[in-house]
Design a protein around this ligand. Structure first.
Ligand code: FE2
Length: 184
């Protein structure tokens, strides 16, 4: 059984033991190794949303439910992260800053994450994320800092030009992406 309080205690202990994401990856990998238990503990996803499970200055834990076919634009975090998928799929495109002083990014790689994958993302990673399937995908996202307060960047998905990451707008994107698939 996945117990959220226990998971938070384990994450805090991992952070205390190791300031990098290595110990945290083990904690997340252990959790998503039993995806049925995570679904039982967090509940079956009902609609796209970002649920905050834990939030402090040095640690943020989110339950990210991706609406079908949703894509979020390239963005950075400026803190490490560990993504653990417990239902569906998250396809990542990784980006790097283009040469010169254009502020733009160029594609640098990709990684498809499926159920039971626990993927560490370095502090300076830039990624965009797609849920490529016609149903909700769900993942636990653990960040080594305050996800909501950090000043960071997003890149326009059409022009790939850099802008200021807008947390409120991006949370709304999850809500809006539900609309085409709403049953009510
Ligand atoms: Fe991200």
């Amino acid at each position: 059984m996945f117990d959220l309080d226990r998971f938070i205690v384990d994450c805090r202990a991992a952070l205390a033991a190791d300031a990098s994401h290595k110990a945290m990856r083990e904690v997340v990998a252990r959790a998503v190794a039993d995806p049925g238990a995570v679904l039982g503990g967090l509940g079956e996803p009902q609609r796209g949303a970002v649920h905050t499970l834990y939030h402090s200055d040095d640690l943020t834990i989110l339950n990210v439910i991706w609406p079908p076919f949703m894509t979020i634009m390239p963005h950075n975090h400026l803190m490490w992260a560990v993504i653990g998928v417990y239902t569906g799929r998250e396809d990542n495109i990784f980006w790097r800053r283009a040469e010169g002083d254009t502020g733009k990014v160029e594609a640098a790689g990709a990684k498809a994450l499926g159920v039971r994958d626990a993927e560490p993302l370095g502090r300076n990673i830039i990624h965009s994320v797609t849920n490529p399937i016609p149903r909700l995908s769900g993942a636990i996202h653990v960040y080594g800092g305050d996800f909501f307060a950090a000043e960071r960047s997003e890149w326009d998905p059409e022009t790939l030009s850099e802008g200021r990451y807008d947390v409120a707008k991006n949370m709304q994107l999850f809500e809006r992406a539900n609309a085409p698939h709403a049953s009510a």
